[in-house]
Write a protein that binds this ligand. Structure first.
Ligand code: PGA
Length: 255
């Protein structure tokens, strides 16, 4: 049996007003405090300007805060960018390589690797997203794409550090589409991720790294993804914007 702690992370993307963000954070914090402790780790990932108010609301609870992205550098003339160094006082996790960053903003594997190093350099844990497009899946290249993304992102990172990271398998075609991967396909890809980490780092880190599934996770399908041994939780987009559905996914992961 693994001793990896399950995780559920809510990626709010570019959604919520300040009032909605505060209400969502407070409803989720109350919801988790009513549940038994020792359950899945609960991470809220709001847009940048709401990180400070949300971290005030969750402070003292078991809920922690993450960021959706960060710059490759820690400071300097990079107008519009937010560095991991600036996020460090508030965040325990930072998503790197989300498919929207890769495909909408054109981030390369090399940029993702620099961001991952920035997160680690500033003492936080990256949630590294990997996943194939529909075209790549149809070509039978899903495993190859994920292996390439992992190999470039994790180059030069020690096995021990890789073992403390979180990797999210998020097939691009499943994100925001209502069309989740099957639990079997997700499990298969999570096993591919573990064996790739085993080859890059060590068997020990492959067993220690937490792997999440993301892409149209909802209260109805969440339990199936964590039924096998390879997946430790969920990275949730749309369904993380309502406290009730996020908490229902938390309950499903905890069962
Ligand atoms: P979704 O998004 O749950 O809305 O599909 C997941 C994600 O982008 O992390």
């Amino acid at each position: 049996m693994s001793n990896r702690r399950p995780m559920i992370a809510g990626n709010w993307k570019m959604n919520t007003t300040l009032e909605e963000a505060k209400r969502l954070a407070s409803d989720i914090t109350h919801g988790t405090s009513e549940r038994a402790s020792g359950s899945a780790e609960c991470v809220l990932i709001p847009p940048f300007p709401w990180i400070v108010p949300v971290s005030d609301i969750v402070s003292g609870s078991e809920v922690v805060v993450g960021a959706q992205d960060c710059a490759t550098e820690d400071a300097g003339a990079f107008t519009g960018a937010v560095s991991a160094a600036m996020l460090a006082p508030f965040c325990q996790y930072i998503i790197v390589g989300h498919s929207e960053r890769r495909h909408v903003f054109g981030e390369s594997d090399a940029t993702v690797a620099l961001k991952l190093q920035a997160v680690l350099r500033n003492g936080m844990t990256p949630i590294l997203c990997v996943g194939e497009t529909l075209e790549e899946r149809d070509l039978g290249a899903a495993s190859e794409v994920v292996e390439r993304q992992l190999t470039i992102a994790l180059a030069g990172i020690t096995s021990e550090v890789i073992g403390r990271m979180v990797v999210a398998y998020e097939p691009v075609w499943a994100i925001g589409t209502g069309r989740a991967a099957s639990a079997g396909d997700a499990e298969h890809m999570a096993l591919t991720i573990r064996s790739t980490i085993g080859a890059i780092a060590s068997e020990q880190s492959a067993n220690a790294t937490r792997i999440l599934y993301g892409g149209s996770v909802n209260p109805g399908n969440a339990a199936a993804f964590v039924q096998g041994d390879a997946i430790d939780g969920a990275l949730v987009g749309g369904a993380s914007l309502q406290a009730a559905s996020f908490l229902a996914i938390l309950d499903a992961v905890n069962q």
